[in-house]
Design a binder for this molecule. Structure first.
Ligand SMILES: [Zn+2]
Length: 475
């Protein structure tokens, strides 16, 4: 089966052909570990996960790298401002190393909870200073760099085709938008190495041929991706915000060093936006983390369902109501699957290609069309609801679907939990729901308190409610 991916370089869907037969090399820009990832950040790791699982289903071996940015990412993309790690450390009165360690731990925990498979390599920028210095030395030797008061910069005018990924018109840009120039020669030039400040001491700094300092943010991704995947590799993923600066710079410096095409397919995920149409970036201050979802009683899989139910290249509007609907849908799928299991035994996965014309083949075809997970979910729902389809076929399809979508579809613990609710609690809950429907909020609040006293919290959806045992977080 053909896999088609939307390649940002070409601005269209292309048939995916790996460089090296059966092996696919993927690099994903990872988190800057100065704060916990918010759910918008986490969205951008779900689609590479589906991609990996799809590639494996198609018979490929996958090697995947996600980096950890623990130095050099400044508060402004224009190489000005403070290092995010140093700033976080100072305001917390801790070391930058300590801050990084803590947030790497949280990130790994977030991936685990979202059933995102860990990459083969997770290199840290601070462990690859030598590789970054070496890359800058080669660029310097080849004449791509110049020095200013505050660092060593890449001269983008020396790289023909700079900004092709972003379709940046460099000439227009030079005269147009205002960019803080410092000692830069061109607006698109970027820092490869920054000098430590004269008046204060950084926590993270290293000796280099140019003086004490630290690497720029972009150079780490080139140095580490090429170290672990080679000078040219198949797929690079990231958020759409990386296109104009970070990824354009990665291409320029990598190809300037090697003289070879850097990456063949660039995949970019669109933003998560909050209900009120704001991009969920750290600057807005209204961030939602996976911890917060769990604290509100949601299962992380509800969030994964919400993400998969929207195409990765489309904006996803997050509201708590939408998350609740996703959760209800996920529980509905699990109920249908459990009902389809003959005596509770989960069938074995299909080995090799699914038979032509089978439901499994249609599902795979949907994800092979630029990871169209909403379509795959739609097909899956239709099949599970089909009264004429044998239970065994539904069960086999569910195993196949869960291999790619990884929604914990065979985790029935919450179904069982909700069925175990004592009758007196169920009675209170029913009375409360009725009071709420009659808009008798005083009575409904009173009954909610009674439920809390009985050890249950209640969450309302559009068409019903769900009881959650208070002593059992659903992490
Ligand atoms: Zn990167």
């Amino acid at each position: 089966m053909e896999l088609k991916l939307y390649n940002t370089l070409a601005r269209r869907k292309e048939v995916f052909l790996p460089m090296d037969g059966g092996r696919v090399l993927i690099y994903t820009c990872g988190p800057t570990v100065y704060a916990d990832a918010h759910i918008g950040n986490l969205r951008s790791y779900v689609f590479p996960d589906v991609l990996k699982k799809t590639l494996r289903r198609l018979g490929y071996q996958v090697r995947h790298v996600i980096n950890i940015t623990d130095v050099g990412h400044l508060t402004s993309d224009a190489d000005t401002g403070e290092d995010k790690l140093e700033q976080a450390a100072r305001s917390a009165g801790r070391t930058a190393w300590d801050i990084a360690e803590e947030h790497i731990g949280h990130y790994l925990e977030d991936l685990r909870r979202l059933r995102i498979e860990l990459p083969d390599v997770m290199p840290r920028a601070t462990d690859h200073i030598a590789e970054q210095i070496e890359m800058i030395r080669v660029l310097e030797k080849k004449g791509y760099t110049y020095r200013t008061d505050d660092g060593v910069y890449f001269d983008t005018s020396r790289f023909p085709g700079y900004g092709a990924l972003a379709r940046i018109k460099v000439e227009g840009l030079q005269e147009g938008a205002r960019v803080e120039m410092g000692g830069k020669r061109h607006k698109t030039d970027f820092a490869l190495w920054k000098f430590s400040p004269q008046d204060s001491r950084r926590q993270m700094e290293w000796e280099s041929p140019w003086g004490m300092g630290f690497p720029g943010w972009h150079v780490e991704c080139s140095a580490m991706s090429m170290k672990y995947l080679g000078p040219s590799f198949d797929i690079h993923t990231g958020g759409t915000d990386h296109i104009p600066v970070h990824h354009s710079n990665e291409i320029a410096q990598s190809e300037a060093v090697t003289g070879k095409p850097f990456v063949r397919y660039w995949l970019h995920g669109e933003f998560l936006v909050l209900g009120e149409e704001q991009r969920m970036g750290k600057s807005e201050g209204n961030l939602i983390t996976l911890d917060e979802l769990v604290e509100r009683g949601f299962e992380p899989m509800a969030y994964r369902y919400l993400v998969l139910n929207s195409h990765y290249r489309k904006y996803l509007t997050f509201t708590w109501q939408a998350l609740q609907s996703a959760d209800t849908a996920l529980m509905g799928l699990r109920r249908l699957i459990r009902d389809a299991l003959p005596e509770g035994t989960v069938p074995k996965p299909i080995a090799g290609d699914p038979p032509q014309g089978s439901l499994e083949a249609s599902l795979l075809e949907a994800v092979c069309d630029d990871l169209n997970t909403p379509k795959a979910l739609g097909l899956f729902w239709t099949a599970l609801r089909d009264g004429a389809l044998a239970a065994g076929k539904k069960a086999t399809l569910a195993v196949f679907a869960d291999e790619i979508l990884a929604l914990g579809l065979f985790d029935f613990s919450r179904l069982e939990q909700s069925e175990d609710v004592p009758p007196e609690i169920r009675h209170l809950a029913e009375k409360r729901w009725a009071a709420r429907q009659e808009r008798n909020f005083a009575e409904s609040d009173r009954l909610r308190e009674a439920l809390t006293a009985g050890g249950y919290s209640v969450r309302d959806g559009k068409d019903g409610y769900e009881l959650v045992r208070l002593d059992q977080g659903r992490g």
